[in-house]
Design a protein around this ligand. Structure first.
Ligand code: ATP
Length: 511
């Protein structure tokens, strides 16, 4: 089906998020939308899906003007959306989720779950999805849950599928599988709108690329364009895609984790006897496929896990057993991997989020009084420094684009009096220009003599930043290797294999 957006204009108060946008998606085309954080990509897709009403412009499907009062109308017309934060009910099966909102009764007037199961089976077979209709969604890996979303859309005969940053939560292997799925969908005639910040993915699958900046279409790019060309078209200036850093000059051990184990609330041993240290002035990256214990490890360090064994010390003092507030107060800056859930309060303003856990004393509160002038100045300066695009510091963070929300978290955590900086997926969802800035800030933090831990599932990020790399697999650290370790070796380690070259000689042995 051919999709045409003509002159779409969407305003939020004084802000024009979409400014007369024209976009055509041909049948069976993968069309990438590229643009920096806050450019207006998600807004445009929400207009297409009937979630927002545009002030101007029209949507045409196969040359017929559409009027969508809500997502129900958009779905009925053949538009499907695969959300980044899945809209599935975890305690329902795949078939029940696919049926939800679209329930059909059989001849006896009973809900026809059998038909829903058959539909899942049929679509799953057609595209080689390997999804069991009777599996509980909660038990499925993220990549498979995403396929359930795709099945759900296809079961409603979606002819245009929108993927808004679908790979942000996927492992590299799941990402590759998604790229294959997109190509199959395209071959079957589905039109695809694909939003991503990862230029490699764009170049891999895009038939056409449209670039949006500040709410306007600024041009088309060819899928054969280089990363540097795509980046500069997006951001409007040249972007340094590689991190320049001098060799580390690590000091003494500052942060030490010894024999740490974590048992999660389900009784599973999720971190198994992990030991590592981070020296002042070095970046230790913790690499690994998502779900191998990294999340629980960072949570244990932050005082967010209940059942923890082992020791954690910062500058020689134990921080194990401290509350989150005490851990933060001991000088740890922490960027959690899920900004919406753990990093921000959506209803609070940018300024309030920037002082979130610091409301009980100076500099934000003195003699029980909030220092409004100080907060205003601080928030304005940080917004500028971290390039948080908004209508002002009193904007609730829930209204910011995803990338700009991430920048608020980073701005807050990098503004503490730091003795350790620990960032999980620091650049998830942020555009190339901002990644450049964040990476520079992380290196500068290291160079100021602070120990830094970067937890990342992105091998590019790990290799760009790390002085040493600890690879986690099934709750253990399978090895700690130098920052310049070849990617294929890291890839093997991420799958749990330890190449001979990595096994360190016994202590005292000649190198
Ligand atoms: N509900 C809303 N109320 C007010 N402003 C909004 C709302 N939703 C989005 N905006 C604003 O519209 C602009 C475009 O945001 P949008 O989410 O479309 O950007 P994006 O291109 O998807 O960015 P990102 O790459 O960071 O996800 C931003 O300035 C954002 O703050």
């Amino acid at each position: 089906m051919k999709l045409e957006l003509r002159g779409i204009t969407k305003r939020f108060g004084a802000l024009t998020a979409n400014d007369h946008i024209d976009l055509t998606i041909e049948p069976g085309e993968i069309h990438c939308l590229l643009g920096e954080n806050g450019a207006g990509k998600s807004t445009l897709m929400n207009v297409l899906y009937g979630l927002y009403k545009a002030e101007e412009g029209e949507i045409l499907l196969d040359d017929v003007v559409q009027h969508f009062a809500g997502p129900g109308d958009a779905m009925a017309a053949g538009i499907g959306m695969v959300h980044q934060h899945f809209m599935l009910i975890p305690v329902f099966t795949v078939a029940e989720n696919v049926m939800l909102g679209h329930e059909k009764a059989n001849a006896a007037g009973v809900l026809d779950l059998g038909a829903a199961r058959e539909k899942v089976r049929e679509i799953s077979e057609r595209f080689g999805f390997h999804v069991d209709p009777d599996a509980l969604v909660d038990d499925l890996p993220v990549g498979v849950q995403q396929r359930v979303e795709i099945i759900k859309a296809l079961s409603r005969d979606a002819k245009v599928l929108v993927f808004d940053e679908p790979t942000a939560v996927l492992t590299p292997q799941e990402t590759d599988e998604l790229m294959t799925i997109m190509r199959q969908l395209k071959a079957a005639g589905t039109s695809i709108v694909f939003i991503t910040h990862k230029l490699r993915e764009v170049r891999e699958v895009a038939d056409r690329i449209t670039v949006i900046r500040l709410g306007k279409v600024v041009g088309e790019a060819s899928p054969t364009a280089t990363n540097a060309e795509l980046a500069s078209l997006m951001v409007g200036r040249a972007v340094e895609l590689t991190v320049h850093k001098d060799p580390a000059t690590p000091g003494a051990d500052a942060f030490v984790v010894s024999n740490l184990s974590v048992v999660d609330p389900h009784g599973q041993l999720v971190v198994n006897n992990v030991s590592f240290d981070v020296r002042a002035g070095e970046i230790l990256a913790i690499a690994g496929v998502q779900g191998n214990g990294q999340t629980e490890l960072t949570e244990a360090i932050m005082g967010l896990q209940q059942r923890v064994r082992g020791e954690i010390t910062l500058d020689g003092k134990s921080i194990r057993g401290l509350s989150v507030k005490q851990v933060l107060a001991s000088g740890i800056g922490f960027v959690p991997e899920d900004r919406k859930e753990d990093g921000l309060v959506g209803e609070f303003t940018i300024a309030e989020n920037l002082m979130l856990d610091r409301s009980d004393g100076p500099p934000f509160v003195k003699a029980g009084t909030l220092q409004l002038n100080y907060l205003k100045e601080f928030a304005e300066q940080k917004s500028k420094e971290f390039d948080v695009r908004s209508q002002g510091i009193t904007t609730p963070v829930g209204r910011l684009s995803g990338g700009n929300q991430q920048k608020v978290v980073l701005a807050r955590e990098l503004s503490r009096d730091l003795r350790l900086f620990m960032a999980a997926q620091p650049t998830r969802g942020i555009d190339v220009g901002s990644i450049e800035f964040v990476h520079k800030r992380i290196v500068a933090t290291r160079d100021s003599g602070i120990p830094v831990i970067v937890v990342s599932t992105e091998l590019d990020e790990v290799v760009a930043l790390a002085d040493r790399i600890a690879v986690m697999y099934r709750g253990t650290i399978v090895g700690i290797v130098p920052g310049d370790t070849p990617r294929d070796v890291l890839g093997l380690m991420m799958a749990g294999e330890v190449p001979d070259s990595v096994i360190s000689p016994p202590e005292g042995a000649a190198a």
